[in-house]
Design a protein around this ligand. Structure first.
Ligand code: PMP
Length: 432
């Protein structure tokens, strides 16, 4: 059972001290709870579907360390594999068999990936893919979508989602105009806009990058035909299609959104789940394009800790666990129960809301919707979301602290966890 009220004295003390030590008291912006108000809680440990804070409160967790924890936190088999790997050392900075194993698993799973390069984060994966798409096409411009987040590299900090959306930063100071002058943006799910950009920038566009299912503007699914339309347009204009599956990879389906929707991009970025909770990112795709990456080819990209043996081990074990029959059916079932339940409760308690779910990724917007893109998402009542978030937190449910983030489930979440979450949501929504 989780608690129904919380005392957070220690969290408050530690976070107050942290604010003097680190900008905003955090190592990554959204964690500071700026958009929902109130103080963040400070974690002590995580296990399965639960987290415990330093005051001893227990929460059902729907953030899952922002996506990696699809097997539940600290899965015993992942921990055991890590113990074993740890005995052999923490970093080689040289080839290891583990890289081959994870590379083969990724190549087998993800339809677009014939070769892969491991890096340490999603940001790095997107930076690598950006250089590669420009080198391969000998073109500089790219198209991204409003509200999509591809890490914090300069070129992508234009109408970006996640913390940039949450904090309302249109761009970031320190990003030179030259770095974003080649970034074209379009509304998500709007093929006509993309078509127009291709017409206006003939033979200049290297490619289109997108989250095939958006998580960084809240949960937004692609409309029927959108991904297919992008595939056709990129083919027609000699440009590359890049799916940023850092969030959706091994979550929307084992082979990612590209498997789920049957649209194969040229290149793909991965992160989160493939590191099983340790820092890993990857980019991969067509062999002819990936062969351009150094040292096979001239496109430079490197990393001291890339392919780290502990990170590879956690990734391998996590993917093995995901291969067990029935995993994705279970994830779909419990997440649908949660997302449908939240919508039904919102309706019954008189709140305008919309949302949805695919596999283990879900969202709820406080607007009647429908939400097809970031402009639609921004119509949400973010103040109400803040009150909802705080109410849930105080009753032991940990949701992402922003209206513009997706929620994540894991196969450690039980039907009972979902039912308890819905009971709490009913309580909270009735009092909003
Ligand atoms: N792309 C997407 C789709 C993401 O969701 C994220 C992180 N939320 C990133 C890239 C950046 O990954 P990281 O935070 O590991 O740098």
């Amino acid at each position: 059972m989780v608690n129904t009220t919380i005392k957070t004295t220690k969290s408050q003390e530690v976070f107050a001290a942290a604010q003097n030590l680190m900008p905003g008291g955090v190592s990554s912006p959204v964690r500071a709870f700026k958009s929902v108000g109130g103080q963040p809680i400070v974690f002590d440990r995580v296990k399965g579907a639960y987290i415990w804070d330093i005051d001893g409160n227990q929460y059902i967790d729907y953030v899952g360390t922002w996506g990696p924890a699809i097997c539940g936190h600290a899965h015993p088999e992942v921990i055991a594999a890590l113990h074993e790997a740890l005995e052999k050392g923490t970093s080689f900075g040289a080839p290891s068999v583990l890289e081959n194993v994870l590379a083969e698993m990724v190549i087998d799973a993800v339809p677009s990936i014939e070769m892969v390069r491991f890096v340490n984060s999603g940001t790095e994966a997107c930076m690598g893919v950006l250089r590669l798409m420009r080198a391969f096409t000998k073109r500089d411009k790219i198209i991204k979508f409003e509200g999509c987040y591809h890490g914090h590299a300069d070129t992508f900090l234009v109408k970006a989602g996640s913390g940039v959306a949450t904090l309302g930063l249109p761009d970031s100071p320190g990003v030179p105009k030259a770095a974003t002058s080649t970034t074209l943006t379009a509304p998500f799910n709007d093929l006509e806009s993309v078509k127009a950009l291709f017409e206006e920038n003939r033979d200049e566009i290297a490619g289109v990058i997108l989250e095939p299912v958006v998580g960084n503007a809240g949960f937004i699914a692609p409309d029927a035909g959108f991904l297919e339309g992008l595939r056709e347009l990129t083919h027609e204009h000699g440009a590359l299609l890049v799916f940023d599956e850092v969030m959706t990879g091994f979550r929307i389906a084992y082979g990612g959104a590209q498997e789920k929707f049957g649209v194969t991009p040229d290149l793909t970025t991965l992160g989160k789940v493939i590191g099983g909770g340790l820092p890993v990112g990857a980019y991969g795709g067509r062999r002819d394009i990936m062969s351009m990456v150094a040292p096979a080819g001239p496109v430079y990209q490197a990393g001291t800790l890339s392919g780290n043996p502990l990170a590879m081990t956690a990734g391998i074990k996590t993917l093995e666990l995901l291969q067990k029959p029935g995993t994705y059916d279970y994830l779909e079932r419990i997440t649908k129960k949660l997302a449908d339940g939240l919508l039904q409760i919102a309706k019954e308690t008189g709140h305008a809301a919309c949302g949805g779910q695919i596999s283990a990724m879900f969202g709820l917007f406080f607007t009647s919707g429908p939400v097809h893109n970031y402009e639609d998402a921004k119509k949400s009542d973010t103040a109400k979301f803040g009150r909802f978030h705080r109410g849930m937190l105080e009753r032991g449910i940990y949701l992402a602290p922003s209206q513009f983030e997706a929620g994540f489930t894991s196969f450690a979440h039980t039907e009972e966890d979902i039912e308890q979450t819905l009971a709490v949501a009913r309580d909270v929504m009735s009092s909003l």
